[in-house]
Design a protein around this ligand. Structure first.
Ligand code: T3D
Length: 265
């Protein structure tokens, strides 16, 4: 596929996606969704990939759905049909893909993340933001409800009180506030973002990929499980981790007092 709405490359075990419509603050279009789906398919089918990093070009991460594209049709009842089908066809599969990819997904939020883009960032495994970035559930500004997993993730990450207020009031949450409230993992000074992201990417790319994938599965399953169910799941997944070459390498490295050379196997 030719990519124009995103930049995409796979190199040295790292897949990199950059949302690339900076003049529209990287707002999502149908074309961008198609390119994202193709890139994620390629990543899923390439066993050499051990980490995915997603960021935005220019001053924003993304402003969510491109509202110009949504209003293009002249038909009065076109928008509801378009929205329903756009969520089912594009946004929901994107959220599922990010959650289910069997490797760590790092979202580097370089600027504002609004609407669906905010929730797509939150669906990634680690969110590292520039200190000047912000997270906004803008939906109520245009008479919509949070989508792309927002109503699922927000109360779980920050509790019902903040989830409700941020959604109803479309409050802009600074990167620092996002860290303090548990919405995201970390923020760093803008000028350090590239360097910090790269060092994380290299660390994750050299990590025990299979164990990372199982960790993701266990943590994502946790909110819907009882303690008994979660203990059973841990026992099941741990027996898979313990069969990996990376486990043997990890133990050998520990006993040999050296750094492990994980191969993601
Ligand atoms: O429809 C479906 O498929 C269902 C799914 C819906 C999911 C959603 O994401 S709904 C939410 C859609 N997004 C928004 O409502 C956000 C709209 N944008 C904003 O609120 C603000 O732009 C921001 C808070 C994100 C950033 O503000 P600021 O002041 O930094 O930038 P700006 O000046 O507002 O925007 C810069 C340009 O980007 C501007 O164009 P111009 O004037 O330079 O020609 C603006 O129109 C354009 N832009 C920003 N957001 C969008 C957009 N163009 C199209 N779609 C956008 N979402």
């Amino acid at each position: 596929m030719d990519y124009s709405a995103i930049l995409f490359e796979i190199k040295d075990a790292v897949a990199r996606i950059t949302l690339n419509r900076p003049d529209r603050l990287n707002a999502f279009t149908e074309q961008m969704h198609k390119e994202l789906a193709a890139a994620l398919d390629q990543i899923r089918n390439d066993p050499s990939v051990r980490v995915l990093v997603i960021t935005g070009a220019g001053r924003a991460f993304s402003a969510g759905q491109d509202l110009g594209e949504r209003m293009m049709s002249g038909e009065p009842d076109a928008a509801p049909r378009q929205v329903g089908s756009s969520l089912e066809k594009y946004y929901n599969p994107l959220v599922r893909s990010l959650r289910e990819l069997p490797l760590p997904v790092l979202c580097v939020v370089n600027g504002v993340a609004a609407g669906a883009a905010c929730n797509i960032a939150l669906a990634c495994d680690l969110v590292l933001a520039a200190r000047s970035a912000a997270f906004v559930q803008v939906f109520s500004n245009i008479g919509l409800i949070p989508d792309a997993g927002g109503t699922y993730l927000l109360p779980r990450l920050v509790g019902m009180a903040r989830a409700m207020a941020w959604s109803l009031l479309a409050e802009k949450v600074s990167a620092e506030q996002a860290v303090e409230t548990g919405l995201i993992w970390r923020c760093v000074d803008d000028e350090l973002l590239g360097q910090e992201a790269e060092s994380l990417v290299q660390r994750l790319a050299a990590g025990p990929t299979h164990a990372y994938a199982l960790t993701k599965r266990a943590l994502h399953a946790s909110p819907g499980h009882s303690l008994e169910e979660q203990l059973a799941m841990e026992a099941h997944l741990q027996s898979s981790a313990i069969g990996s070459k990376d486990f043997r390498e990890g133990v050998a490295a520990f006993l040999g007092k050296r750094r492990p050379a994980f191969r993601g196997e």
